[in-house]
Design a protein. Structure first.
Length: 630
C-alpha cells in the first residue's frame, strides 16, 4: 500500500473511532435523560437541553455530511433523509423519538460498515501480495532494500519463509514454493535452477538466488493488485440500473412526502402537525440505501471470492456476463492440452530398431530449440558426444538435414521425404509425425502428441451441466489431431488449421449464431489469442501466471492451468447474481409495503427506521455470502 493510501486509511480509522465515542456518549446521555424524565418532573428547558445534547453527540456527523453533500449538489441521499426526518421530529416536540431514531440509524450504520469490512477481507489479503523488502546481492554482500529500487538483471536472495519480491529466474538453489496467493492452489510447487518464479509467492524451505526479470511495478503481484483495484470501477448492468433507479426514485419520494404533508391539511382540513409527522415517517421509509449499499457489495464479494480461488475478474460487468454464457470457444494448445509435446510412439522400418530411430532423430534435432525437437531429445535422454555432427541445415516447411559419422540424416515431414524421393509409409496414429531417413533409406516414423489436461473432460461436462449449449474448439493445429481431442472431450464443434485472423472470423460467426441476450466466451492462453480474447463478450485467459499478455488482453484471468476453474467462475457468478436479485426483490418489496403503511399513517418512526436500517443490514448480510461461499 502506498504511503498516501496508508495515511488516508489511518485518518479514516481515527475519524471512525471519534464518531464511535460520540455515539456511545450520546447514547449514555439519552439513556440518562429518559431515566431522569421518568424519575423526576424535569423542566421543559432542561429536558430539551438534555435531548438536544444527546442528538448533537449522536447525529451531528450525519447532519454535517448532509449539509456538505447539499453544497456539492448531492442532495437526495440517506444523510439528507435522516436529517430532515429527525430535525422535523425535534421541531414538532418529539425529542425522544428524534434521538432514538438517529441512534438506531447510527448503530445500524456501524453494523453495516463492519459487514462491509468483512466482505473486503479477501481483497485485503490479496493486497498482502505486495512484498515489503528484497535482499539485494551486490559485491558478495546482501542488503535489504525496497523492491522498487531493484532493477532488471539484479540478483536477489530469498530465504525460507520470505515472500518473493520480484519476478525472476532461479540461478541457485531449490525449494518448495507456496503459490496459493496467486493461483488458489494449496499444493506447493517444487522450484529448481532455471525455473521462473513470481512475486507474491512464499519460499518454504531452501534458499533461492534469483535474477530479476521485471521491476516491482511490472511484477506479477503488482499486475494482479492493479487488476483487482480497477475491477471495483467496472459496474455490472444490475449496478448501473440501481444507480439510475436511485437518481429518479429519491426525488420522486421527496415530492410525494411534500404532497403528503400539504394536501390533507390544505384540502381536507386535517392538522398540519399530524400530516407533517406522517411525511417525515414516509421519508425515512423511502431511503434506498439497502439497494445502494448491498448490490455493489454483492458483486465486490463475488469478485473477492473468485480471487481466492485463483480466478481474477476485472469487474462486476464481466462477473454478470459469466452468468449469461451460452457458447464457449476454446483454444486447444495450452488450454485444453498441456502444450508440451511427448514422444508417444516409435515406428521403425527397413530393419532399423526403435533405439536407432530415436538416436538418429535426436542427433538430427540436436541444435533445435523447437518444442518437438526438445521432446525427442528428452525421450533420448543421452548426450551427443562422439557423434561427429556437422552440416546441420534447417529447411523451413520441410525439416532438418545433418551428417553424423559419415551418414546423412533427414528428419521432417512428408514434404521432406517426397522432395528427397524417399519411399515412406504413413502410420494411422494420430499426432505430429516426424519421418526419418538414414543414408537415403526410410528408417521409420516418430509420433509426438500434446497430452490432454487431466481435468479438461471434467470441465466440459461441468459446463454442459451449467447449461452451456455449445462448446467449440478454435485452433491453428492439425485438423486430424484437433478432431481427435474434441471427440475425446465430447465437444460440439471443431474449427482447426486457423490463423489468428481466421479465428476472429469463426468467432464472429459463432456470435451471430447465439441467442441475442446471451453471451459468448473465448478461452485461450492470452498470448497468441489476444485478437479473439478482445472480440469475445468475455475473454478468459487460461494459465495467466506471469503472463503480461494474459492479464492485459483478457476480462477474466484463471491463474492456473486447470480448465475446471472455469466452471468455478461460472458457479461464483451465478451465486452472486442470485444474491443480488434476492436483495433487490426483498428491499423493494419491504419498502413498498412500509411506504403504503406510512402514507396512511399506519407506520410510526420506529417502524420506519426498521424499514430503512433493518432492511439495509439484512441485505448487506445476505451480500456477504457472495464473498464467503465455497
Amino acid at each position: 500500500m502506498h504511503e498516501h493510501e496508508a495515511n488516508e486509511d489511518e485518518k479514516r480509522e481515527g475519524n471512525e473511532k471519534l464518531q464511535n465515542i460520540f455515539v456511545i456518549a450520546g447514547a449514555a446521555i439519552f439513556g440518562a435523560g429518559i431515566l431522569a424524565e421518568i424519575s423526576f418532573d424535569l423542566e421543559p428547558r432542561i429536558k430539551l437541553a438534555v435531548f438536544l445534547l444527546a442528538y448533537f453527540m449522536i447525529g451531528s456527523d450525519v447532519v454535517l455530511q448532509a449539509a456538505k453533500n447539499i453544497l456539492r449538489g448531492r442532495i437526495f441521499d440517506e444523510n439528507f433523509l435522516m436529517s430532515v426526518a429527525t430535525l422535523g421530529a425535534l421541531a414538532i416536540g418529539e425529542y425522544r423519538e428524534a434521538v432514538a431514531v438517529m441512534l438506531f440509524y447510527r448503530v445500524g450504520e456501524r453494523l453495516q460498515d463492519s459487514a462491509v469490512r468483512r466482505s473486503k477481507k479477501s481483497i485485503i489479503e490479496l493486497m498482502d501480495l505486495r512484498p515489503d523488502f528484497a535482499n539485494l546481492k551486490t559485491n558478495g554482500e546482501i542488503v535489504k532494500v525496497a523492491p522498487e529500487t531493484v532493477k532488471i538483471g539484479d540478483t536477489i536472495v530469498v530465504k525460507p519463509g520470505e515472500k518473493i519480491p520480484l519476478d525472476g529466474i532461479v540461478t541457485e538453489g531449490e525449494s518448495m514454493i507456496d503459490t496459493k496467493a496467486l493461483t488458489g492452489e494449496s499444493v506447493f510447487r517444487k522450484t529448481v535452477v532455471l525455473d521462473a518464479v513470481f512475486s507474491g509467492c512464499i519460499n518454504q524451505n531452501g534458499i533461492l538466488t534469483i535474477e530479476t526479470t521485471k521491476t516491482s511495478g511490472e511484477s506479477t503481484a503488482a499486475k494482479i493488485i492493479e487488476l483487482v483495484e480497477k475491477s471495483r470501477g467496472k459496474k455490472a448492468p444490475t449496478e448501473n440500473f440501481i444507480t439510475a433507479f436511485s437518481k429518479y426514485y429519491t426525488p420522486a419520494v421527496i415530492g410525494l412526502a411534500v404532497l403528503l404533508a400539504s394536501i390533507p391539511p390544505l384540502f381536507l382540513g386535517e392538522l398540519w402537525g399530524e400530516w407533517f409527522g406522517k411525511a417525515l415517517v414516509f421519508l425515512v421509509i423511502s431511503c434506498p440505501c439497502a439497494l445502494v449499499i448491498s448490490i455493489p457489495l454483492g458483486f465486490f464479494g463475488g469478485i473477492g471470492n473468485a480471487s481466492k480461488k485463483g480466478i481474477l475478474v476485472k469487474g462486476g460487468n464481466y462477473l454478470e456476463a459469466l452468468d449469461k454464457l451460452e457458447t464457449i470457444a476454446f483454444d486447444k494448445t495450452g488450454t485444453l492440452t498441456y502444450g508440451t509435446f511427448k514422444v508417444t510412439k516409435l515406428i521403425s522400418a527397413n530393419g532399423f530398431s526403435e533405439s536407432e530411430l530415436l538416436e538418429n532423430a535426436a542427433i538430427a534435432e540436436s541444435f533445435s530449440n523447437h518444442p518437438i525437437a526438445k521432446s525427442i531429445k528428452i525421450a533420448y535422454g543421452k548426450d551427443f558426444k562422439n557423434k561427429n555432427i556437422f552440416g546441420y541445415t534447417e529447411m523451413p516447411g520441410y525439416g532438418i538435414s545433418v551428417v553424423s559419422n559419415g551418414k546423412k540424416i533427414l528428419a521432417g515431414n512428408q514434404n521432406l521425404m517426397q522432395s528427397e524421393n524417399i519411399a515412406f509409409s504413413e502410420p494411422d496414429e494420430i499426432g505430429t509425425k516426424i519421418y526419418l531417413a538414414i543414408a537415403g533409406i526410410f528408417a521409420g516414423c516418430i509420433v509426438i502428441s500434446d497430452e490432454i489436461k487431466k481435468d479438461s473432460k471434467k470441465a466440459i461436462e461441468q459446463l454442459k451441466a451449467f447449461g452451456i449449449k455449445k462448446t467449440v474448439m478454435l485452433t491453428g493445429d492439425n485438423p486430424q489431431i484437433s478432431e481427435s481431442v474434441a471427440k475425446d472431450l465430447n465437444m460440439d464443434e471443431v474449427h482447426a488449421g486457423l490463423l489468428p485472423d481466421q479465428k476472429v472470423e469463426k468467432l464472429e460467426m459463432l456470435i451471430g449464431q447465439k441467442t441475442k441476450k446471451r453471451k459468448l466466451a473465448f478461452v485461450g492462453d492470452g498470448i497468441n489469442d489476444a485478437p479473439v480474447l478482445a472480440r469475445a463478450d468475455v475473454g478468459i485467459a487460461m494459465g495467466g501466471l506471469g503472463s503480461d499478455a494474459a492479464i492485459e488482453a483478457a476480462d477474466v484471468v484463471i491463474m492456473t492451468d486447470e480448465p475446471s476453474k472455469l466452471a468455478e467462475a461460472i458457479s461464483t457468478a451465478k451465486l452472486t447474481k442470485r444474491i443480488v436479485w434476492q436483495n433487490i426483490v426483498f428491499a423493494l418489496g419491504v419498502k413498498a409495503i412500509f411506504l403504503i403503511f406510512g402514507a396512511f399513517g399506519m407506520a410510526n418512526m420506529w417502524e420506519a427506521v426498521f424499514a430503512d436500517v433493518g432492511v439495509s443490514l439484512l441485505a448487506v448480510l445476505n451480500s456477504i455470502r457472495a464473498a464467503y461461499a465455497k
